[in-house]
Ligand binder design. Structure first.
Ligand code: GTP
Length: 306
């Protein structure tokens, strides 16, 4: 397990005793990059700047009890998974129980034993990095490296809710590669996979805002979510994607509608965030996509919901 440790682990030491900090630093600087906080306030401010991969937390801080700090960290979704190792001189059973009750991963007694500290820190870091990797893999389509349908549906639901609360427009694009069965039949599945990867790059390059999301929705079907984007905006993005896929000029199968690979596009906008249910939004975009297929493929259709 320890072999999986990346060289760049970020470790935050929270302690106000210079001699303890020095001992911790001597051990931890061999394991990762170390930062320090002396108080609870500094701790939260440093964590908001950059999330550490491991926190070594003293119990007696000048402005708070370390257990309360841990409770707060474990209550926040953005920090709850960061492993916390409590550094303590308490040894009674009741105290040990309270360490685990607040969600800390482990505790280490003072005086510190450097080898035990290093071993425990490495174990927690290895589990944390492995979990992060698994989480990333669970959210990513392995072939295209885009987000998968699960991530898309999740984000669509939360962005629709937000658009509705703020009465903001929100737009959705569904894309489907034209005659992809014919492509696979003529060139084989390996070339088909390469084609999917190439068009995925076009989709990713076409979305410019940080809140936008592109995902592989099914086999040769893709979806794009554009929060705070109105009818004009989504149609621009949709047309850019359609044109850029065509411009890739990937030769298509002899019996395909067009000589190069193309996509049919369906998009919709909920002008005031009135569509709040993900299934309805997807169904409207799908309806527009169906219209594009029906009109001869390689085109964009759009539906507006007021
Ligand atoms: N190579 C490859 N092919 C895939 C993958 N996922 C889905 N496909 C193929 O995509 C094709 C989709 O075929 P259809 O649903 O008939 O659609 P189409 O041929 O694109 O026809 P239109 O949508 O009407 O343009 C099928 O042959 C699937 O096997 C994949 O991951 N890799």
């Amino acid at each position: 397990m320890n072999n999986t440790l990346p060289a760049s682990s970020e470790i935050l030491i929270v302690d106000d005793d210079p001699s303890v900090v020095m001992s911790l630093y001597q051990v931890m600087s061999d394991i990762g990059r170390v930062r320090f906080a002396e108080t609870a306030e500094q701790t939260f401010s440093m964590i908001s700047e950059k999330h550490p991969d491991l926190i070594l937390l003293d119990i007696e801080l000048p402005d708070a009890n370390g257990l309360d700090v841990c409770t707060k960290l474990k209550a926040m979704p953005s920090t709850q998974d960061i492993p916390v190792l409590v550094i303590t001189s308490h040894a009674d059973v009741g105290f040990e129980e309270s360490v685990f009750e607040v969600g800390a991963g482990d505790y280490i007694h003072k005086p510190l034993n450097p080898r035990v500290l290093a071993a425990r820190a490495k174990t927690h870091l290895a589990y944390y990095h492995a979990l992060k990797l698994l989480d990333k893999q669970a959210r990513t389509d392995q072939l295209t490296k885009l987000a998968n349908r699960w991530v898309f549906d999740d984000q669509l639901t939360s962005e629709l809710g937000r658009a509705n609360r703020q009465k903001n427009p929100i737009s959705l694009i569904m894309l489907d590669i034209d005659n992809f069965k014919a492509f696979n039949d003529q060139f084989g599945h390996i070339e088909g996979d390469k084609c999917l990867q190439a068009v995925s790059t076009v989709f990713s390059d076409a979305i410019l805002r940080s809140g936008d999301l592109v995902a592989r929705y099914g086999g040769e079907e893709f979806a794009v979510l554009l929060p705070e984007t109105d009818a004009l905006g989504v149609q621009k993005v949709a047309e850019r994607i359609r044109a850029n896929v065509e411009a890739l000029a990937i030769p298509h199968a002899d019996d395909a509608t067009f000589p190069v690979v193309t996509v049919s596009v369906g998009c919709c906008t909920s002008a005031t965030g009135s569509v709040i249910d993900a299934a309805s939004a997807l169904q409207i975009a799908d309806q527009a996509l169906y219209q594009s297929k029906h009109e001869g493929k390689n085109c964009v259709n759009f539906l507006l919901v007021e």
